[in-house]
Design a binder for this molecule. Structure first.
Ligand code: AVJ
Length: 317
């Protein structure tokens, strides 16, 4: 029999608080736009395109780690768990784990709720034995799963180095929340590792300009949220690795002096002034193990690729 996915909308969207936060970021100096504003339907598709770029090694390197070390990872975790997928997107990464982990329930969480709903229809159809639940949630909000949903052995799955969008302190905060809800199970997390700056700079400023489009798309999303009048043509994509902060930063730089307006707000930008749109923090195997420790997890196991570009960690809660 065909099963369909349950869908629960916890917190996503155009609430007044969301607008206030976005407006405050616009007025701040330097101005900021949260990277969560990348991900409308188009932004999720642009990110999918990024993962296919030759310069963007992260997704395929992580997939190769799961390919090579899948059996060892599965042995460490065990089968029949509830797989809680944080930032599920198109659910492809979790689906590749299904044959290894044989989850009883699959709980997929993503801010891009409609995109997720679509992906989950397919998951539910193709895996009728798995209980499929979708949750529309912004992961910058506290993560509180509905009572009982995570089951007895929750395995949180946070792949792709999405954790890198949080500063180390904020990441510890988020992971503490995960650990509390993962008791009896643990966390399987993928993390991008420190590597030569030239590789990182190319990965975040690709030759085709897909990452530039992904970055600029945040302006369209902000226009929708705030009724503002950003013209993407006025802005230039900037991305660079800051070794001291151990992170790639993305910014949008004003090509000329201009003023952005929305109801009640006029924000002047000087030519060359930047809006900070993303941090993508990079760790060493040691620094990330230490971060898991700060979040209260037990001693992690870790797997990496031959070049040491990306790490996958299993940390018992
Ligand atoms: C989805 C946050 C992991 O930081 O590499 C890709 C987003 N930004 N290219 C990353 C992103 C620019 C990506 N994460």
């Amino acid at each position: 029999a065909d099963r369909s996915a349950r869908f629960i909308q916890l917190h996503v969207g155009d609430s007044a608080a969301e607008r206030d936060a976005a407006a405050a970021g616009l007025m701040a100096s330097p101005a900021t736009i949260s990277p969560k504003h990348f991900y409308d339907g188009l932004g999720s598709r642009l990110f999918e395109a990024i993962t296919e770029l030759p310069e963007y090694y992260a997704t395929r390197t992580e997939a190769a780690i799961f390919e090579t070390h899948g059996p060892a990872i599965a042995e460490a975790i065990g089968s029949g768990a509830t797989l809680v997928d944080l930032g599920a997107g198109n659910c492809e990464k979790a689906l590749r784990l299904f044959p290894l982990l044989e989850p009883r329930r699959y709980v997929a969480v993503d801010i891009s709720a409609e995109f997720l709903r679509h992906a989950l229809q397919r998951v539910a159809h193709e895996h009728p034995a798995v209980d499929v639940v979708g949750i529309g949630l912004d992961l910058t909000e506290p993560l509180a799963l509905p009572e009982g949903l995570a089951g007895e052995r929750p395995v949180f799955f946070y792949p792709g180095s999405s954790i890198g969008n949080f500063t180390p302190d904020a990441a510890v905060e988020l992971l503490r929340g995960v650990r509390k809800q993962a008791s009896g199970g643990g966390l399987l997390v993928g993390v991008d590792l420190v590597k030569p700056a030239a590789l990182l700079n190319a990965a975040y400023d690709d030759a085709l300009g897909v990452t530039a489009a992904f970055n600029l798309n945040a302006l369209r999303n902000l226009n929708r949220l705030l009724a503002s009048d950003f013209d993407p043509a006025d802005w230039r994509h900037v991305a660079f690795f800051d070794a001291a902060a151990s992170r790639v930063e993305m910014h949008l730089e004003a090509r000329r002096e201009l003023t952005v307006r929305c109801p009640g707000i006029a924000r002047r930008f000087a030519a060359g002034e930047r809006i900070h749109t993303e941090n993508s923090c990079k760790y060493t195997p040691e620094s990330f193990a230490a971060l898991l420790g700060r979040a209260g997890f037990g001693k992690p196991r870790q797997w990496t690729d031959a070049q040491g570009w990306f790490g996958v960690f299993w940390a018992p809660a």
